[in-house]
Write a protein that binds this ligand. Structure first.
Ligand SMILES: Cc1cc2nc3c(=O)[nH]c(=O)nc-3n(C[C@H](O)[C@H](O)[C@H](O)COP(=O)(O)OP(=O)(O)OC[C@H]3O[C@@H](n4cnc5c(N)ncnc54)[C@H](O)[C@@H]3O)c2cc1C
Ligand SMILES: NC(=O)c1ccc[n+]([C@@H]2O[C@H](COP(=O)([O-])OP(=O)(O)OC[C@H]3O[C@@H](n4cnc5c(N)ncnc54)[C@H](O)[C@@H]3O)[C@@H](O)[C@H]2O)c1
Length: 470
């Protein structure tokens, strides 16, 4: 069967990002067709953010209760792994996307299920179970196809039935032992989740743990993992991997062999552009060159957004890009936007370069917005850093023996914040104040008037500003 359907805008990929891009197009008065080959809602809903946080939260709630004298005595048991997995299943809607489909339809978006491929300018072929459909866009096609795991070329690994993050976040049982390859945010979070659920976990990283975060913050997470019984092999290469039908054997540089029931490979991700037909358009399939509205250089009808654009691989930032991209497509279609979008304007995802918030949801957490000292210096900024142990009345009330760390990176010429990091139990909710201060370029002398409530952990803001010299 072959048919041709015309719409204003085609969005390929119905993850959180594609859904938002299509919704903004509809809100702007154009029609949008969304194509999805798997579950509407994408990686975040079913195999990433939601299930991983659902696996972590019970462990951190238990740990919080144990961290306070009085409630500690009331906690006599351990985590109930089956209940944790059952609650995780609720958060993934049992991998059933009907409520998301309902939202898509209510929003006025046309959903087409199948695998999409670009076949020419504004033309997309969708392969479905009953054949193929050709979609034609009057204005634009947006690629919101997400990212795919990057698997390292380790001897013996290819072809083995190891876990990726999908299998780790959707597992039905807790393995007796788990080896985790990769010391990034996915590796750290899932190592802790499984250690607290009862697995004997070993984490192997060729570099430091969480190497893109400030070292004192990453060290606190490392101590947290060690406290949970995770064995760490950091700055250690992996030479080969084998599986004998029952156990994995991971051979490390230096001769150590790690044996485990399951092996999780979480060594980064790259834009999922394979098989989409971008090469035929003369484009580099590993990374597209896009402007701040997501428009692909040399192809004004084509956009990439979210993980597919490869700028910032985070749901909230992808959804922000989607709002800009959807609105930019509408504005260009109506002749209201010509040329590149204005920085910090309604069509440019400028915060991608200045004010990205990110949280490592381990216990303790790391919450970081903007740049680190290193990335700020690399970008040529004249910056200084102010850091301290996170120790205020709010933190000592929060948990006995609370251990945390905070840092602000200041542009000393403009006297504004360009980066803030907090590490410690339950610091994630402190982060939005930092994001606002950075994105708003709030001058430090004005931030001095933003008084943190007493006794909250936010009082660390006051201590940082005092130490800076205010
Ligand atoms: C373990 C893990 C935990 C994470 N935790 C967090 C977190 O706590 N917070 C956070 O902000 N981010 C987190 N992330 C990152 C987050 O999951 C991604 O940034 C987010 O899912 C990207 O959304 P997206 O819509 O761009 O892509 P996706 O969610 O991957 O959606 C892309 C969609 O496109 C579809 N698709 C692909 N190709 C085609 C095609 N040719 N035709 C039709 N459909 C197609 C796919 O099936 C998919 O549904 C985590 C990632 C991982 C791996
Ligand atoms: N809380 C969150 O927001 C959250 C949680 C999980 C994942 N994510 C997102 O998902 C993406 C993927 O997560 P990730 O942890 O897989 O990626 P990552 O880029 O954060 O970390 C990858 C890790 O794998 C290591 N690595 C790479 N190649 C290797 C090799 N050949 N051998 C051994 N180690 C190797 C790297 O050194 C790094 O430590 C991230 O970009 C992140 O933004 C976000």
């Amino acid at each position: 069967m072959s048919a041709e359907q015309t719409t204003d805008v085609i969005v390929i990929g119905a993850g959180a990002v594609g859904e938002n891009a299509a919704a903004r197009v509809i809100q702007g008065g154009l029609s949008a067709t969304l194509v999805e080959s798997e579950l509407v809602g994408g990686e975040c809903s079913y195999w990433a953010c939601m299930p991983s946080k659902a696996l972590l939260r019970p462990g951190s709630a238990l740990h919080s209760a144990r961290a306070v004298a009085g409630s500690r005595e009331a906690v006599t048991g351990t985590l109930d792994a089956q209940q944790v997995l059952a609650r995780r299943d609720e958060f993934t809607s049992h991998w059933d996307d009907s409520s998301q489909v309902e939202w898509v339809e209510k929003t006025g978006i046309t959903l087409v299920r199948g695998r999409a491929r670009l076949t020419g300018e504004r033309r997309v072929e969708v392969t479905t179970d009953d054949g193929a459909t050709t979609l034609v866009a009057r204005h634009a096609v947006a690629l919101a196809t997400g990212s795919a795991p990057t698997i390292p070329p380790i001897d013996g690994l290819d072809g083995l039935n190891f876990w990726g993050t999908r299998e780790a976040t959707s597992a039905k049982e807790v393995p007796e032992s788990l080896a985790v390859l990769g010391g990034g945010v996915a590796g750290a979070e899932l190592a802790q989740a499984y250690a607290r659920l009862g697995s004997a976990v070993t984490l192997i990283a060729r570099s430091a743990l969480l190497g893109s975060y400030p070292e004192p913050a990453a060290r606190l997470v490392q101590q947290g993992l060690e406290h949970d019984g995770v064995t760490l092999h950091l700055n250690t290469g992996t030479e080969s991997v084998a599986y004998d039908g029952e156990r994995f054997r991971v051979s490390l540089a230096g001769g150590t062999v790690v044996e485990s029931e399951k092996l999780l490979v979480s060594t980064g991700r790259h834009p999922a552009l394979a098989g989409l037909g971008v090469e035929e358009l003369g484009l580099e399939p590993r990374r597209l060159d896009t402007d701040d509205s997501g428009q692909v250089s040399g192809h004004p009808w084509l956009y990439a957004v979210g993980d597919a654009a490869g700028k910032v691989l985070l749901t909230h930032q992808g959804k922000y890009e989607a709002r800009m991209t959807g609105d930019a497509i509408v504005a260009r279609a109506k002749g209201e936007l010509q040329g590149p979008p204005e920085r910090w304007g309604p069509f440019a995802a400028t915060a991608d370069s200045y004010a990205v918030p990110q949280v490592v949801f381990t216990d303790p957490e790391i919450a970081m917005a903007g740049r680190t000292l290193e990335t700020a210096r690399k970008d040529g900024l004249n910056v200084s850093e102010t850091s301290l142990e996170l120790s205020v009345a709010g933190s000592s009330l929060h948990a006995d023996g609370y251990k945390g760390w905070a840092q602000m990176v200041v542009d000393d010429e403009r006297k504004v914040l360009v980066g803030v990091t907090f590490a410690g139990p339950d610091v994630a909710e402190l982060l939005h104040a930092a994001t606002i201060a950075i994105a708003g370029e709030v001058p430090l002398h004005r931030l001095w008037h933003a008084v943190p409530a007493y006794p909250t952990i936010s009082e660390v803001w006051l201590r940082l500003l005092e130490r800076y010299g205010l």
